[in-house]
Design a protein around this ligand. Structure first.
Ligand code: CUA
Length: 314
């Protein structure tokens, strides 16, 4: 129950409502189950008595059956109503200035895009969603290929990402923390490796994160970094990725402007480290077979320079 991805360990009001509802359903259904088993056992093991066929006993049993049907109807209606009321509550958000994030699903990674009226200030944060604590955050979700499903069990229930149709929900985290999310709709070979993290932080920390993300990449500041930059811009990398502040502007793969500052690479598959980046760059198919990134054989000197450059993208 205490897991990083447990719906029974809620960290916000929406997940709290779902957990409460779950416990009520479990409690009521357990009581019904125990009562039914007890009644069945009583019926099986009791001794037959001569009075069983008397009109009094028949009338008593009839009242028992009618009573049980009545209780069943009351319980079913109560559970249905509580479920509908909880569902209504989940879709209504409160708060004056909610943050809105566009969530875009790809096979097999997530784009989290923070809107801005100034196009140069739109922030892309692949596979890492940052939210301020204590306020509702609007999720506007869409898919660019197949159906995916956005699920952060500690914050909310699942919401499908459907090609061509925007779906929306509100999430809220009541305390700072890192919450794991996972694609919850089978979407192909690497469905299981389509995870992400939600970093919930106090409002000012969130704002400074956002301000930092808006900045472009720093220019190379030594010969090693320059060589890595040139490997990136002269090789296959530039054909799929964006690094803002450079000439790399393709939108096929994740935006790498702040790749080294993120907790994971390959959509939650590996923790970010120089070694993992090296393995990923050289042979991504060995880590996540079927993903769209091709192998990139290169000399060790080029690779080390490229890694040094990538590590400056914080
Ligand atoms: Cu995306 Cu499963």
């Amino acid at each position: 129950m205490g897991g990083v991805q447990s719906a029974l360990n809620p960290a916000g009001p929406q997940a709290g409502d779902i957990a409460t509802l779950t416990w009520w359903f479990l409690g009521v259904c357990t009581l019904v189950y125990v009562a039914v088993i007890a009644a069945t056992a009583w019926a099986i093991f009791r001794r037959r008595a001569a009075s069983d066929d008397s009109p009094e006993t028949t009338a008593w049993l009839a009242r028992g059956v009618v009573g049980a049907v009545g209780v069943t109807i009351v319980i079913l209606v109560a559970l249905t109503v509580s479920s509908v009321v909880a569902g209504r509550g989940l879709t209504s958000a409160t708060g004056s200035e909610p943050v809105v994030v566009d969530v875009i699903g790809y096979q097999w990674w997530w784009e989290f895009q923070y809107r801005s009226s100034n196009p140069s200030e739109i922030v892309n944060s692949p596979n890492e969603l940052h939210i301020p604590v204590g306020v509702p955050v609007g999720i506007r979700a869409i898919s660019r290929d197949v159906i995916h499903s956005f699920w952060v069990p500690r914050l909310h229930g699942k919401r499908d990402l459907i090609p061509g149709i925007e779906t929306s929900m509100w999430i809220q985290a009541d305390r700072p923390g890192v919450y794991r999310g996972q694609c919850a709709e089978f979407c192909g070979h690497q469905h299981a490796h389509m995870a992400f993290v939600v970093v919930a932080e106090p409002a000012d920390a969130f704002q400074s994160w956002l301000a930092h993300q808006r900045r472009g990449a720093p220019s190379p500041s030594n010969a090693d970094q320059q060589r890595g930059h040139d490997v990136f811009m002269g090789g296959a990398c530039v054909m799929c990725h964006t690094i803002r502040g450079t000439t790399a502007g393709s939108r096929i793969g994740p935006d790498l402007t702040h790749v080294a500052g993120r907790q994971t690479i390959a959509a939650g598959t590996l923790p970010t480290s120089r070694e993992h980046l090296a393995r990923w760059v050289v042979d991504p198919q060995a880590i996540k077979p079927g993903n769209r990134m091709p192998p990139n054989p290169m000399s060790d000197a080029d690779l080390q320079a490229l890694l040094t450059y990538l590590e400056t993208l914080r």
